[in-house]
Design a protein around this ligand. Structure first.
Ligand code: NAP
Length: 323
């Protein structure tokens, strides 16, 4: 019988999935990134599975037998892809299964910011509701407005469908390439970034973080938005310049924002927290029981395939397998 390969689980994985992995592999679970050097020094590691850790040359140089990193996420900006390619290490991810859940959150942020739900919830609980509300407490409509999607990929299209078919919104989008099928399905119109920012009532950021999208939305771009517009970011925090956003919200250059992601995560204190026209949640785009389970199962399946010799369902850098 061939020797079992060794797998390190970083971050949490449900016990039954650890058991499933243990049928084929020797499995070690780590509680924190600080434990990784010891785990790698203890013997050859062939596979890593988890999410949320920065992994590149510094962390992985000692992992000389590493064949695959299976990420329980769709975004892979935590990983130094150039280094993984150089080393011939396969990276797998978990797209599709989180698309609808993340789109639900984007809609939630739009609605919550537009109707001032968090602010008015706090106001009510503080005992302020003593008479009929006046326009100082009114929000703005979502239905029938113009929704601008920056990055009409899987999640962007799912948000656009909600906007178009659920809320009768007009959809604008920008992405690397035109999407004729989605244009037809959604009646969506392509705009360059500046055009989209100027015309949209809701701007939803859903691009992957890359050198090209780092601080894609900064002071200039926020300045192009309507003063009545709402910005939602469910992509990555670094895509939006947070200092510029705080300023734009404070000065009411834009109406409001809804954020799931931040330049620094986790975030325990920030000038953002002082703004009542901001709704902020702690990176919960895919954080439902059903979806996190589906992501973990898919990541386990990707890892099993990679280490047992089948092509994984979702490879970020399939060329390393072909080479
Ligand atoms: P996807 O299907 O790959 O879609 C990404 C879209 O972004 C594509 O349409 C792409 O355009 C477009 N794009 C890339 N660079 C661009 C640029 N410079 N300007 C304009 N558009 C650009 O990915 P997805 O599954 O929708 O996920 C998108 C991102 O959301 C992920 O990378 C991840 O960072 C983030 N995310 C966050 C959460 C959360 O918990 N908040 C959950 C899941 C994902 P082309 O198709 O034309 O190349």
């Amino acid at each position: 019988m061939p020797m079992k390969k060794n797998v390190v689980v970083f971050n949490r994985l449900a016990p039954d999935l650890v058991e499933r992995l243990a049928k084929h592999f020797n499995v070690v679970q780590l509680a924190s990134a600080a434990e990784l050097p010891d785990a790698l020094a203890a013997g050859p590691v062939h596979g890593l599975i988890g999410a949320g850790w920065q992994l590149g040359r510094t962390q992985l140089a000692a992992a000389t037998d590493l064949e695959v990193v299976s990420s329980i996420s769709v975004g892979y900006d935590n990983y130094d892809l150039d280094y993984l390619n150089e080393r011939g290490i396969l990276l797998t991810n978990t797209p599709d299964v989180l698309t609808e859940t993340t789109a639900d959150l984007a809609m939630t942020l739009m609605l919550t910011a537009a109707r001032r739900i968090v602010e008015l919830d706090g106001w009510l609980r503080a005992g302020n509701w003593r008479a009929a509300l006046g326009q100082d407490h009114f929000g703005c409509d979502v239905h029938g407005k113009t929704l601008g999607i920056i990055g009409l990929g899987n999640i962007g299209a799912a948000i656009a469908r909600r906007g178009r078919f659920g809320f009768g919104m007009r959809v604008l989008y920008t992405s690397n390439n035109r999407k004729p099928e989605l244009e037809q399905e959604l009646g969506a119109d392509f705009r360059d970034l500046d055009g989209l920012l100027g015309e949209s009532d809701f701007v939803c950021v859903v691009v992957p973080l890359s050198e090209r999208t780092h601080k894609l939305i900064g002071q200039r771009e926020l300045g192009l938005m309507k003063s009545s517009a709402i910005l939602v970011n469910v992509a990555r925090g670094q895509v939006v310049d947070e200092v510029a956003l705080v300023e734009a919200l404070r000065e009411r250059q834009i109406r409001a924002a809804g954020l799931d992601v931040y330049e620094q995560e986790p975030l325990s204190d920030s000038p953002l927290f002082g703004l009542n026209n901001l709704v902020c949640v702690p990176h919960i785009g895919s954080a439902t029981h059903e979806t996190r389970r589906a992501m973990a199962e898919l990541a386990v399946q990707n890892l099993e395939s990679a280490l047992l010799g089948d092509p994984p369902l979702h490879m970020v850098n399939p060329q390393v397998k072909a080479g």
